[in-house]
Design a protein around this ligand. Sequence first.
Ligand SMILES: *[C@@H]1O[C@H](CO)[C@@H](O)[C@H](O)[C@H]1NC(C)=O
Ligand SMILES: *[C@@H]1O[C@H](CO)[C@@H](O)[C@H](O)[C@H]1NC(C)=O
Ligand SMILES: *[C@@H]1O[C@H](CO)[C@@H](O)[C@H](O)[C@H]1NC(C)=O
Ligand SMILES: *[C@@H]1O[C@H](CO)[C@@H](O)[C@H](O)[C@H]1NC(C)=O
Ligand SMILES: *[C@@H]1O[C@H](CO)[C@@H](O)[C@H](O)[C@H]1NC(C)=O
Length: 311
Amino acid sequence: MFSQQQDNMEVTALCTKLLLIVMMLLCEQDHKVNAASLLIHPNRAQFFVYEAITFYCEGVSYCEIVHESKGQISSCNKTNKRTSTGSSCTITNVYTDDSGKYWFDAEGGNKSNSVNIIVSDGSVILEIPALPVMKGETVTLRCRNKTTSSQILAHFYHYGEWIISSSTGNMIMYNVSKSDEGLYKCNNSGAGESAESWLIIKDGQTETVSFPCKETVVFSPSFNPWIISTVLFAVLLVFVGLLHFVRSYWHRVVSAPRSESGSTGNQTGSESVNPTSLWCCNKKKQKQKVLERELTEGGALKDKFPSLIVN
Ligand SMILES: *[C@@H]1O[C@H](CO)[C@@H](O)[C@H](O)[C@H]1NC(C)=O
Ligand SMILES: *[C@@H]1O[C@H](CO)[C@@H](O)[C@H](O)[C@H]1NC(C)=O
Ligand SMILES: *[C@@H]1O[C@H](CO)[C@@H](O)[C@H](O)[C@H]1NC(C)=O
Ligand SMILES: *[C@@H]1O[C@H](CO)[C@@H](O)[C@H](O)[C@H]1NC(C)=O
Ligand SMILES: *[C@@H]1O[C@H](CO)[C@@H](O)[C@H](O)[C@H]1NC(C)=O
């Protein structure tokens, strides 16, 4: 009878273990998915000298902007600001040698996406989004003369080939598709030519989905939240079902000959495997508490899974 009880406890411990592992994997997944992203304001790839650029480091508390050749931008710690979703850093008065690739180092040694900037001391720039544009969106390219904000006649080029001339200086692309991707420049008759910059078109749409491990997470389309929810729900159902089965089985075995051992067994059972108390990934402390409880009560769990340590 004693070994029977041990078996039951092992089944319970195994279920708990499995659920914990699944949840930890999902939480880890969540961290990967919640990738650090770099935004830029104004969102364009070309600037005149002495303009200001603000970088937004999403998902990190401190914006450490890195330039491909200059390294970490030291002025960032003077202009660093917390935002509701991360932090920002402004570079005032950019100059031509501020051209190039920028990114930030995320916690854990990963890099964010990068953006390419061209700072021009010429008289014409092409205003083109620095960040990738979603398929289907409307994109406006603007050919801008430094000395005048009035409308100018502009010629637009895609991979060096003329595509359109516009008397307003603007080129509007509706419902962009992958074929609109590429290198663009513009030519302002009389004033000169802009540098060439990439327009990147990306598929699908990012969506914001709430997830137990974090309040909000940005999922890419390849990471289907419905699958995750379904799997999680199924695991929970199986777990609750198993728990129920184990308990009733236990009752049948234990309550017949003696009731005291049954009641103590029941207590440990309900204590160690309360599914609602496990559902607390979003609060780290609670998660730790539950884990600690599992580790001390599960006993064998700690020995078998020394990697199950949460900080
Ligand atoms: C800002 O960064 C520079 C270079 O990284 C460093 O020398 C300086 O101490 C930092 N200042 C503050 C206030 O963190
Ligand atoms: C960094 O990124 C790689 C690939 O995107 C990922 O496998 C890894 O887990 C990430 N590391 C951290 C600490 O987020
Ligand atoms: C554009 O700017 C240049 C000088 O930067 C100026 O000479 C020219 O007249 C301007 N062109 C237009 C169309 O305003
Ligand atoms: C946008 O373009 C795609 C093809 O690239 C087409 O299938 C779709 O119907 C277009 N949508 C609109 C609103 O024009
Ligand atoms: C720029 O525009 C002028 C006319 O406005 C044209 O003659 C010239 O070939 C264009 N330059 C380029 C590189 O397309």
